[in-house]
Design a protein around this ligand. Structure first.
Ligand code: ZN
Length: 84
């Protein structure tokens, strides 16, 4: 999948890619994740969330915010850490 087609998909996110529910919607809330024993959070992150299956979909801006707050991206992470 090319970056362009991904961005297009995100902008038109009306159906959950996981369960097919049309209830997926854009939400804005504090986003918290664990990375190796450390917790990091992104305040007021906008992303799409499916209330049916819990799937979360992040657009390009959301990904950028997550990366900006993530210790995994604070420095050039070795390839072995990328898959976590
Ligand atoms: Zn779903």
């Amino acid at each position: 999948m090319t970056p362009n087609s991904t961005a297009l998909l995100m902008m038109n996110m009306t159906v959950c890619p996981t369960c097919g529910s049309g209830k997926i919607k854009k939400v804005q809330r504090k986003w918290i994740r664990m990375f190796q024993d450390k917790t990091y959070s992104v305040p007021r992150l906008e992303f799409h969330e499916c209330p049916v299956c819990g799937e979360k979909v992040y657009d390009r801006d959301a990904m950028r915010k997550i990366e900006a707050h993530s210790p995994a991206f604070a420095r050039a992470a070795p390839p072995s850490l990328r898959g976590i």
